[in-house]
Every structure is written in C-alpha cells, then in structure tokens.
Design a protein around this ligand. Structure first.
Ligand SMILES: Nc1ncnc2c1ncn2[C@@H]1O[C@H](COP(=O)(O)OP(=O)(O)OP(=O)(O)O)[C@@H](O)[C@H]1O
Ligand SMILES: *[C@@H]1O[C@H](CO)[C@@H](O)[C@H](O)[C@H]1NC(C)=O
Ligand SMILES: *[C@@H]1O[C@H](CO)[C@@H](O)[C@H](O)[C@H]1NC(C)=O
Ligand SMILES: *[C@@H]1O[C@H](CO)[C@@H](O)[C@H](O)[C@H]1NC(C)=O
Ligand SMILES: *[C@@H]1O[C@H](CO)[C@@H](O)[C@H](O)[C@H]1NC(C)=O
Ligand SMILES: *[C@@H]1O[C@H](CO)[C@@H](O)[C@H](O)[C@H]1NC(C)=O
Ligand SMILES: *[C@@H]1O[C@H](CO)[C@@H](O)[C@H](O)[C@H]1NC(C)=O
Ligand SMILES: *[C@@H]1O[C@H](CO)[C@@H](O)[C@H](O)[C@H]1NC(C)=O
Ligand SMILES: *[C@@H]1O[C@H](CO)[C@@H](O)[C@H](O)[C@H]1NC(C)=O
Ligand SMILES: *[C@@H]1O[C@H](CO)[C@@H](O)[C@H](O)[C@H]1NC(C)=O
Ligand SMILES: *[C@@H]1O[C@H](CO)[C@@H](O)[C@H](O)[C@H]1NC(C)=O
Ligand SMILES: [Mg+2]
Length: 683
C-alpha cells in the first residue's frame, strides 16, 4: 500500500469518527427524570418508537417482528422495537429506583407447530442500536451477539424476559415453550415451562396472548403473568416470579425498553398488538449503599466528561494506529459477516495473510495460514486461510456449489466458513481463526500436563452437538466425511469447534492410501468406516464411526493407527474382553477422571464403531448419552463380528452391507482397501 492510499484511509476514518461523534451528540436525548407512562394500542400511529431490523407495521396497526414486506420470516431475521427515549431506571445519588409495569398482547404465528424459532423478549437494553451480526439472531433472539459476548457477559447491561419457542440445550432451556428471566445471559436465571393452555406458538393466526410484567423496586420483586386474550390480569396466570432482583446492579441508569426477536433456520412471526408501559420512581432506602456498582453520581458526571474527552482522543489514536498497522500488514476489507460466505479476490487474501507468511499448519489437504481482515463494523478479526492445491476437479465443483449452504451454517461448535477464493489454480477457504489450535496438537502435546478429563469430555460433547446440528437440525443433512482429532479445533475457551466439513470430497480418487500416511479415499485412514472404504457411500453412520474412533482416541490418548502398536479399536476391545476396560484410559490422566464419564465415552466409542452401520448409535442418541440424559449403553461381552469378512470370503459383493452398485472393476481396488481395513479396523 503506498502513501497516498494510506493517507486516504486515514482521512476517511477521521471523517467517519467526527461524523459519529456529531451524530451521537445530535441524537442524545434530553434527559428526563420523571415517571414515564405510555399506552400504545395502534402501532401505525405510534410516533415515539424506534422500529429496527426486519419489522413491519401492518395495516391494522400490529407490529410484525422478524417479518418483512414480502412475508418472509427468515432465515436469520433480527428485529428490535424500542421506546425512542431512554427511561430512568434508577438514580443512585437520590436513592430512587423505578418500579415498572408493562403489558402487551402478542401472538407467535407459525405454520407448523413443531418447527419454529426462536422467540422474542421484552428487554431493558443500554442503547438503541441494532446488533447486526448473524450471531445475534436465532437463539440470541436479537439481544446480543453470542460470539462476541460468549453467550453471557456482565458488561452487556441487559435484563430481559424471554418468551422462548426453541429448545437450546447450550443455554439450559427446559423445553421449547417457556418464559425466562435473562440477566446479561442467554442462560436464564430462572426459566419456567408453560402449561399446555398457554403454549406460546400457534398455527391459529387469531389466537393471542397477553402478558403482564411487574417489577417492584421496593420489594425487589419481579412477576410475570400470562393469559389468553382477551383477559384481565386478575384471571391471568402467574408464570414466573423472582426475588430479590436488584435491577440497578445490572442495567444502565438510563436504559431503553422494548422488544427484541430473532429467527434462525426455524422461523416464526412475532406479532405485538398493543403495549402499555409505566414507571414509578420510588425511594429505596440505602439504595446507593446496596448497589454493587456504586459510584457517587458527582464523580460519575465528572468521570463522564473526562471519559468522553479521553475517549475521543483514544479513539482517534487507535484509529490511526490500527490503520497504520493494517496498511503495513493484513487487509482492510469491508466485509459483512452476515452475508457470508464472501468471495474474496486472490490479491485480497494475499494481503490478508501478508503474502502467506504465517503458517499455522499443514495437513493432508493443504496448508493453513493466519491472516487478519476487518469487518464492516470496524472490528478486525483473525482468520485461518486454507490453501488447497490440486484439488480434484469434480470435488471442487461439487463443493463450490455447496459453499453457499456450508457458509450459512452457524453453530457454536462449528468453525465458521467466512469466505473463499480461487486463484493460481488453488482454492482458498477463509475460516474463523481458532486460537487454541487443534485437538490433535493438544492431545499429543509433549508437555507433561495432559489435557484434563473435564476438558476432554467437554470437547466430545461439543463435537457431538455439532454433529447433531449437521446431521439432523440443519435444513438439509450434511455429512462431515472427515471427523478426526486434527479437524476438531479449540476456541479461546477450549470449546470444541468442528472444522473442514464437506471438504473431504476433494480427495476422492486423488490419494493413494499406500503412499499417504494420513488420507485415504476421502477421509482419513484410521477413522473411515469399513463400509465407506469399500463402497464409497457416505452416510451419517460413517460419520458416527469416525466420531467413535475420535471418542476412543480422546479417552485413551492413543492414535487410531500406529506402526508399532495394535490398532486403537483392537486395543480397547481387548481390554474390554479382559474385563479391564478402564485400563484402556490414557495413562497420562493418572486416573484423575470421573469413572462413569470415562466408561460412558468408551462404551459410546465402541458402539459407534460397530462394524455393521445399522447397529451404530444414532447421532442424537450419541449426544444425549454424552450429555448424560440417557443411560450409558451396555456393551456386548465380546466384540461383534464384522459381516463383511464373511461376505469377502464368499465373494458376494452384491449383498449384505455393501451396496449393489459395487462394480466388478472396483472389485480389486476394494479388496486391496479391505485388507488395509482389516489390519486396522474392526474385524
Ligand atoms: N481455523 C483454524 N484456526 C487455527 N488453526 C487452524 C485452523 N484450521 C486449521 N488449523 C491448523 O492447521 C493445521 C492443518 O489443518 P488442515 O485442515 O490443513 O490439516 P488436517 O486437519 O491435519 O488434515 P485434513 O486436510 O484432512 O483436514 C491443523 O492441524 C491446525 O493446527
Ligand atoms: C390503526 O391505525 C390505522 C391507520 O391509522 C387504521 O387503518 C387501523 O384500522 C387502526 N387499527 C386498529 C386496530 O384500530
Ligand atoms: C424478505 O426476506 C427474503 C428472505 O430473506 C428476501 O428474499 C426478500 O427480498 C425480502 N423482502 C423484502 C421486501 O425485503
Ligand atoms: C441523579 O440525580 C442527580 C441529583 O439530582 C442529578 O444531578 C443526576 O443527573 C441524576 N442522574 C440521572 C442519571 O438522572
Ligand atoms: C393498555 O391500557 C389501556 C388503557 O388503560 C387498556 O384499555 C388496555 O387493555 C391495556 N392493554 C394491555 C395489553 O394491558
Ligand atoms: C405460512 O405459510 C404462508 C404460505 O405458505 C406464508 O405466506 C406465511 O408467511 C407463513 N407464515 C409463517 C409464520 O411462516
Ligand atoms: C465463555 O463461556 C464459557 C461457558 O459458558 C465459560 O466457561 C467461559 O469462562 C467463558 N469465557 C469467557 C472469556 O468469558
Ligand atoms: C465481556 O465483553 C467485553 C467487551 O466485549 C470483553 O472485553 C470481556 O472480555 C467480556 N468478558 C467476558 C467474561 O466474557
Ligand atoms: C383460533 O383462535 C380464536 C381466538 O382465540 C378462537 O376463537 C378460534 O376458535 C380458534 N380456532 C381454532 C381452529 O382453534
Ligand atoms: C412517580 O410516581 C410515584 C408513585 O406513584 C410518586 O410517588 C412520585 O412522586 C412520582 N414521581 C414523579 C417525579 O412524578
Ligand atoms: C440504612 O443505613 C443506615 C446506616 O447504615 C442504617 O442505620 C439504616 O437502618 C439503614 N436503613 C435501612 C432501611 O436498611
Ligand atoms: Mg483439517
């Protein structure tokens, strides 16, 4: 980047910053320290509202959230409707706190009751901005970006009542029709499932519910009522009650109130028909003393002024600094991560990776480099750029046609595909960067400290959750094809994220399994299911087989195949048949693990690697077992015999677990693969 370009970027940013400051000052509302009260019975005539995101005010005056003019409800819609001016929630220096009462009539309309998502909230939020990343839609219900805030963060200053229609196990949801109190987190402080007469979602577009939320600042008591409209509060049911709730410990003293909603793949129309809201400021004795975040108001004001001044200086400095850094290293790009995947040019990626300088690792499929890009909300983000040379033509074509699908996959246990590019005969894939590298590196690290058992168990649970999503929860079934330790990456909190899904197809017919130590057929030797090796038919069951091998590997700390030792499966089955299954566990753990969890993983691993695909556990079952929602499955006392050994000896390829498509020409090839599999895989 030359000097004129650099100066140009600096200038635009200065203007942008100045504009932002001016706008902020202009938009700042005059402060009011009064009781607030409003009744809205027709949203088409309501003027003091901020209607943000995918929201439509209907002709009848209803608010249709997560809905657009064409009548779509998603995927990944986000909607927020807030009262225009911030409301005084408390004033510590005056020992004043607001009690509030609100009521609204709503309906959550769906076409099929069993698939819908994700609900809406009544929320108290610190600003009137609309989050604009996809990670704030769906389970986040428009509240905040779960990737930035990790599902929960004190600095959010958000308190919300959720009307949740989707079961998210990661946030401990009890079911898919509950109300909950969310304090700075999507994991509810208190959640209550609803009785069947008050089910939230409905296919009946004329059924409406009314909810009342009362907060008593003096008693520190929150109550939520729900009833089928039309009804009075007196005959509504109290569905949630929480105390003590010191609202002043969590929200801004001036905060915005309103509704937020989000949809994911599963969608619904969240309609609000009317809304009443009022606050009464009451004196709460010793409020300032009891407030956790007590800072006397005078100091606060003083700090605010100094803070703003310092803030402006810092922001400007940082802008210049970042620009200067970025121009010399990495790429500045206006990329909207919501409209992923982005098609990059080769040159952009060369810039982003500083000419492919920072090597993260090399695998069977390509080389991975570290890079940095800037998103259009000004955040710079580290990425991992995977460069695949000489990919198989058919595989690449097939993959490219699916990039739009794969790039839309969003799950907290998947490595997101941010974008891609083609150039110089290579295919480049841009992924989220995972600071803690791969499970393989960690599992076999030289250091004396082995990965602890709780982390290992947590990682397996994460991978299982990702598989449920790929296999069952996404709108179309996605087979990973290459589950293995090096494709399980770890984010900053050591949570597992599965990467490289769908990639293995590049290497169909490309690799000679005798030559390459890692990759055979499409997938990785040691992890591939026997029926897949022979028939090349991918299925959920073949992924489950690989998952089983991974589970055993994590429990035993031993590679699936090695030159010097017997195969992992042979080893674990032998231990089981000797009645010493626990002996198979990784010695470096020194038996510091929960015996039941270890047994659970070993049993699950062995059952997932059953030679007969039909006898393997279904994906969701694997997840439930690992989440300990199901009994641990029992193992047969001796290793199941593989069908295909008999098939091979009788030479009848058309039957059994093999598909009838196996042609005579592929027969030889199959046999040579088979002998490989027999050495290593299950017998
Ligand atoms: N998103 C990422 N963030 C950080 N490091 C990564 C990322 N993706 C890959 N890596 C690192 O790069 C290494 C090589 O990855 P790569 O996917 O090319 O090979 P592999 O997983 O061993 O084999 P395969 O080609 O079969 O997937 C990984 O082991 C990991 O350490
Ligand atoms: C709301 O107002 C609009 C226009 O002002 C009107 O057409 C509509 O009938 C009103 N709705 C109700 C429920 O009163
Ligand atoms: C509504 O959303 C759908 C799906 O995202 C989109 O295709 C359509 O263009 C949108 N319509 C309007 C009017 O924005
Ligand atoms: C709280 O009250 C003090 C004293 O009356 C006043 O100066 C201050 O602006 C108030 N704070 C807010 C947030 O309204
Ligand atoms: C809002 O207040 C008006 C006037 O008091 C009342 O008629 C209406 O029923 C209220 N709506 C709700 C949802 O409570
Ligand atoms: C229900 O289906 C109809 C027709 O297919 C569509 O217009 C409407 O938007 C759908 N509603 C929801 C909430 O999905
Ligand atoms: C992220 O969330 C996990 C679990 O919810 C938690 O254990 C971890 O400490 C969090 N990380 C950060 C940086 O807050
Ligand atoms: C909370 O969010 C802030 C700002 O994004 C971040 O700096 C901080 O690390 C987060 N804390 C936790 C515990 O996640
Ligand atoms: C739909 O809801 C309305 C209002 O609650 C009710 O009168 C009607 O009977 C319901 N229709 C069906 C088919 O349940
Ligand atoms: C707010 O309402 C409360 C309770 O009705 C009342 O005691 C108080 O005087 C009101 N405060 C103001 C500033 O109007
Ligand atoms: C408030 O604090 C004072 C001094 O600590 C104490 O004497 C008084 O009892 C407290 N009042 C209440 C209502 O807690
Ligand atoms: Mg990989």
């Amino acid at each position: 980047m030359d000097l004129t370009e650099l100066v140009c970027i600096m200038k635009t940013n200065v203007y942008r910053t100045l504009l932002l400051i001016v706008l902020t000052l202009m938009l700042a509302e005059p402060l009011s320290s009064q009781n607030v009260s409003f009744n809205i019975n027709n949203f088409s005539s309501a003027s003091d509202l901020l209607v943000l995101g995918e929201t439509v005010v209907s002709e009848e005056g209803a608010l249709y959230m997560t809905y657009n003019q064409s009548g779509d409800t998603g995927p990944y819609f986000l909607s927020r409707v807030l009262h225009r001016s911030p409301i005084l929630m408390y004033n510590l220096s005056q020992d004043l706190a607001a009690s509030f009462s609100t009521s609204f009539t709503f309906s959550i309309a769906v076409n099929e009751t069993d698939i819908s998502g994700d609900g809406f909230t009544f929320a108290i939020v610190p600003n009137a901005l609309l989050p604009h990343t996809q990670s704030a839609t769906a389970a986040a219900m428009g509240l905040f970006d779960v990737d930035i805030y990790n599902g929960s963060n004190r600095s959010l200053q958000i308190v919300a009542i959720e009307y949740d229609t989707f079961l998210n196990p990661q946030y401990n949801d009890p079911d898919d029709h509950h109300v909950g109190l969310d304090i700075n987190s999507l994991t509810s402080t208190l959640a209550r499932s609803l009785p069947s007469n008050l089910v939230l979602k409905t296919t009946n577009y004329s059924r409406r519910l009314t909810s009342w939320i009362d907060y008593d600042a003096a008693q520190r008591q929150l109550d939520v009522y729900l009833g089928e409209a039309p009804t009075e509060k007196a005959s509504a049911q109290k569905v949630l009650s929480y105390s003590p709730l010191n609202l002043w410990d969590y929200v801004n003293s001036r905060a915005y109130v309103g509704f937020t909603a989000g949809t994911g793949i599963f969608q619904e129309r969240n309609a609000i028909y009317d809304w009443n809201f009022s606050t009464q400021l009451v004196v709460v004795p010793n409020l300032s003393r009891s407030a956790q975040s007590f800072v006397s108001s005078r100091i606060k004001t003083y700090r605010l002024i100094v803070g703003i001044a310092a803030g402006i200086v810092i922001v400007l400095t940082v802008f210049f600094f970042i620009e200067w850094r970025r121009s010399s290293k990495g790429l500045h790009l206006d990329v909207d991560l919501m409209s992923t995947p982005h098609k990059f040019t080769y040159k952009e990626l060369r810039l982003a990776t500083a000419n492919f300088k920072d090597l993260l690792g090399q695998g069977g499929s390509g080389t991975v480099y570290k890079g940095v890009i800037t998103t259009n909300n000004g955040r710079s983000e580290h990425v991992a750029v995977k460069r695949i040379a000489k990919a198989s033509k058919e595989g690449a074509k097939e993959f490219k046609s699916e990039i739009m699908t794969i790039g839309r996959l969003r799950h907290r246990h998947l490595v997101h595909l941010i974008g891609w590019s083609e150039g110089q005969g290579d295919l480049l894939l841009v992924y989220q960067y995972m600071p803690n590298g791969s499970l393989e590196k960690l599992l076999y690290a030289e250091s004396a400290h082995a990965l602890s058992w709780p982390s290992r168990f947590n990682i397996l649970q994460g991978v299982a959750a990702a598989l449920v999503y790929l296999h069952e929860d996404w709108e179309q079934m996605i087979i990973h094809r290459d589950i293995k330790a090096s494709n399980v990456l770890l984010d900053s909190d050591f949570n597992a994220r599965l990467g490289d899904f769908g990639l293995a197809r590049f290497f169909d017919h490309q690799r000679d399994c005798m030559q390459s130590s890692v990759t055979a057929v499409a997938g990785t030797f040691g992890y591939i299911a026997p029926e897949y090796a022979m028939s090349r038919r991918v299925s959920r069951e073949s992924d489950i087989f690989s998952f089983g091998v991974l589970a055993l590997e994590v429990a035993c700390g031993r590679r699936p195949l090695s030159r010097s030792e017997e195969s992992l499966l042979d080893f674990v089955w032998k231990k089981h048949e000797e009645g010493e299954l626990i002996d198979a566990s990784d010695r470096r753990l020194q038996r510091e693990f929960d015996m039941d969890e270890m047994r659970c993983v070993l049993h699950t691993g062995l059952l997932c690697t059953h030679p007969d695909p039909k006898s393997r556990l279904p994906t969701r079952e694997v997840f439930r077992i690992l989440m300990r929602e199901r009994e641990m499955p029992e193992l047969p006392s001796s290793r199941p015999v593989a069908l295909y050994v008999q098939i091979q000896s009788r030479n009848v390829y058309g039957r059994g677990i093999l598909t009838s498509t196996t042609s005579p020409t592929s027969h030889n090839q199959t046999s040579s693969l088979l002998s490989q599999v027999q050495l290593s895989g299950p017998r």
